[in-house]
Design a protein around this ligand. Structure first.
Ligand code: FAD
Length: 375
């Protein structure tokens, strides 16, 4: 059985790794030119029941623990005046919660656990068509071709495999503007202290100014609801700063030193119910299957999809895809619905109050400086 995985992101690589561990080969086709071709983005917190479980199935728990940063779980929520609303402190050195790991480090960890020939780089899938005798014919940018018996679409939001199964479309739910501040401890110690070792969210009406500590940089993000305005206007820092008129200068200082011009991306989602009619020999995992707002579940669920699909393929290849899809549809719907509610709450006019309620046990509400709260 020749298994092809389109996309070498967290979902595709986790799937390839678990299969490899059980003696099943798979070919991963990745559009990027190599592992260092593009920065992989910020921190991920891996949940015990999904991301961490998948890494356990991949035999990589020890490697994860040596690279993860439990202290990255610390988060602070401030109001526009800079007052602390929530300050969550994780237990020192504990992996019981949702330890954070740099996305690039996690991807490297998976790549290092695969035979080098598993991933074919510079292979952007442009078309997939059923073969008359079963399986799929794959065409890549530049004219390369390959065949497979089983095709897994793990190529993220703009999946090329998805239309083989569903006509679902993406809807915009927000805009994310990002900046990176390099070497903050030496160059901007006051910002390093403001952000701390984990996440900072400064929450206003219908906008969030967030910052996240990576190894030797701070990643700053501005989240806005989707509207009719051309989001590219925020490539101009003045337009970005105007959004935060009246906010404490201590917070807006995060927008001043970015090393490069701001990058702007639309946040899109799929409907919460990812169901499609089963078709033999082809399926989807991760964002290709269920694109959700970025509120902490997407990568975790992509990795759990990979673990569950791998388990089904190892147990019984003939029924694997149907078994995986039925369980995945049931699992994802409530998670996608909750993610959509959280996304709407975070960008609402009452977001600060709502977030404090969300993060703070009822008994602790009303205290001016909330101590450690569970996530
Ligand atoms: C700003 C932001 C913050 C987020 N934070 C979190 C978080 O804290 N926790 C969390 O769990 N999730 C988070 N997410 C969601 C998470 O990033 C995604 O859900 C996750 O990356 C999905 O993994 P994937 O493997 O399905 O897809 P991807 O990570 O998108 O990987 C797809 C891979 O396929 C490749 N590819 C794309 N098209 C093709 C093609 N045609 N042919 C070949 N290869 C192709 C891409 O280059 C990529 O390597 C966040 C998302 C965003 C945008």
């Amino acid at each position: 059985m020749h298994i092809a995985i389109a996309g070498g992101g967290l979902g595709g690589l986790t799937l390839a790794r678990i299969l490899h561990r059980h003696g099943i080969g798979a070919a991963v086709y990745e559009r990027e030119a190599g592992r260092a071709a593009r920065g992989q983005g910020g921190l991920l917190d891996l949940h015990p029941e999904s991301g961490q479980k998948a890494l356990d199935d991949a035999g990589l728990t020890a490697e994860f623990r040596s690279e993860a940063r439990p202290e990255g779980e610390e988060h602070r929520i401030l109001d526009p005046a800079g007052r602390t609303l929530v300050h969550h402190l994780p237990r020192p050195g504990s992996f019981a919660g949702r330890p954070e790991i740099d996305r690039g480090v996690l991807r490297d960890l998976l790549l290092d656990a695969l035979p080098e020939e598993t991933v074919s780089w510079s292979r952007r899938l442009v078309a997939a068509a059923p073969r008359p005798g079963g399986g799929y014919e794959l065409t890549f940018d530049g004219g390369h071709r390959a065949g497979c018996d089983v095709l897994i679409g793990a190529e993220g939001a703009r999946s090329v495999v998805r239309p083989l199964l569903t006509g679902t479309t993406l809807a915009p739910v927000g805009t994310l503007v990002e900046l990176t501040i390099g070497d903050p401890d030496a160059r901007h110690p006051e910002l390093a202290e403001l952000v701390g070792p984990g996440n900072l969210w400064c929450v206003g009406e219908c906008r969030i100014l967030a910052a996240q500590r990576l190894g030797d940089s701070i990643r700053v993000g501005v989240s806005l609801p989707a509207d009719d305005r051309d989001p590219d206007v925020y490539r101009d820092k003045r337009a970005l700063l105007e959004l935060f008129d009246g906010w404490s200068p201590r917070l807006t200082a995060l927008l001043e030193p970015g090393d490069n011009p701001p990058t702007v991306r639309r946040i899109e989602t799929m409907p919460a119910d990812p169901g499609w009619t089963h078709r033999p020999g082809v399926t989807l995992i991760g964002d290709a299957a269920h694109l959700m707002p970025p509120v902490g579940e997407g990568a975790n669920q992509a990795m759990l999809d990979a673990a569950e699909l791998a388990a089904a393929l190892i147990a019984d290849p003939a029924s694997a895809i149907r078994t995986y899809e039925e369980a995945m549809f049931t699992r994802i719907r409530p998670i996608a619905e909750r993610s959509a509610r959280i996304q709407a709450m975070m960008l609402s006019p009452t977001a600060a109050d709502d977030l404090v309620r969300f993060f703070t046990p009822a008994a602790e509400r009303g205290r001016p400086e909330t101590p450690a709260v569970a996530r």
